[in-house]
Design a protein around this ligand. Structure first.
Ligand code: COA
Length: 214
């Protein structure tokens, strides 16, 4: 098996303690791209190397993100409209992994918490089933973190994870370890709060980010 890309290069710039959401970054910073070499298994079981481009999404990536979420078998699937809207309104705090030809194989959607602009809340992250386990989600998170760090807009990362989602738990613990940042976990939405059979969601809060290097 080809080893996944896990190298993390911390940003050169220091993040001030009172990071504020500047809101005035240029389109260039939104368009910043990075690449990740990932291995994957084709349908024949053959292992191959692929260079994926990590970048901010466009609305044209919305339908693919909706399909990946729908096919994940785990995520709450929102309307197709919401993914197009998200990629229009929150492109700066989201990312897609594109294979050659431009088709998305994974995505992450996020937003800055309105009253804590240095806190990125990750809403959803998912990778095509056949691409999982090869570092794609890790590369997406690292890319997004670097992009926001470069504009001084990342101190903490938050997400919620269902109690039984081992892969997601490991993904975010691994991110915290790579970035040498503390991780706190606590129940956020107990199962009783949900009107259906939704499991409890735990809040993962990672940070402060950008002070130490891995
Ligand atoms: C969670 C998900 C996005 C991970 O994507 P991925 O590209 O396979 O993740 P990576 O390859 O970057 O792996 C990240 C870490 O998680 C671990 N991991 C991945 N899948 C795992 C699994 N099924 N069980 C245990 N650990 C797993 C990896 O070993 C790696 O750990 P390491 O850095 O210590 O080596 C993917 O499994 C997915 O799309 N799941 C369905 C949607 C979902 O659950 N989203 C999260 C909702 S909060």
């Amino acid at each position: 098996m080809v080893a996944p890309h896990r190298a993390y290069t911390p940003p050169e710039r220091e993040i001030p303690a009172d990071t504020e959401d500047t809101g005035d970054e240029t389109r260039e910073s939104i368009r910043a791209q990075s690449t990740a070499q990932v291995g994957s298994h084709g349908e024949s079981g053959v292992c191959f190397m692929d260079t994926l481009v990590m970048t901010a999404p466009t609305v044209e990536n919305g339908p693919a993100a909706w399909r990946i979420a729908r096919d994940s078998g785990v995520l709450d699937v929102n309307s197709s409209y919401s993914y197009l809207l998200w990629f229009r309104e929150f492109a700066r705090t989201s990312a897609v992994a594109l294979r050659s030809g431009g088709a998305p194989v994974g995505f992450v959607t996020g937003f800055h918490r309105p009253e804590q602009p240095g806190t990125l809340a990750v809403w959803q992250i998912a990778v095509d089933r056949e691409r999982r386990g090869h570092g794609v989600a890790s590369a997406l998170l690292d890319h997004l973190a670097d992009r926001l760090t470069a504009i001084g807009a990342l101190r903490y990362l938050e997400t919620t994870i269902g109690a039984d989602n081992t892969a997601s738990d490991r993904l975010f613990r691994s991110f915290a370890e790579r970035h040498a940042a503390p991780l706190e976990r606590d129940v956020l939405f107990p199962a009783e709060l949900f009107p259906d059979t939704h499991e409890a969601e735990f809040l993962y809060r990672i940070g402060p980010l950008g002070r130490q290097t891995a």
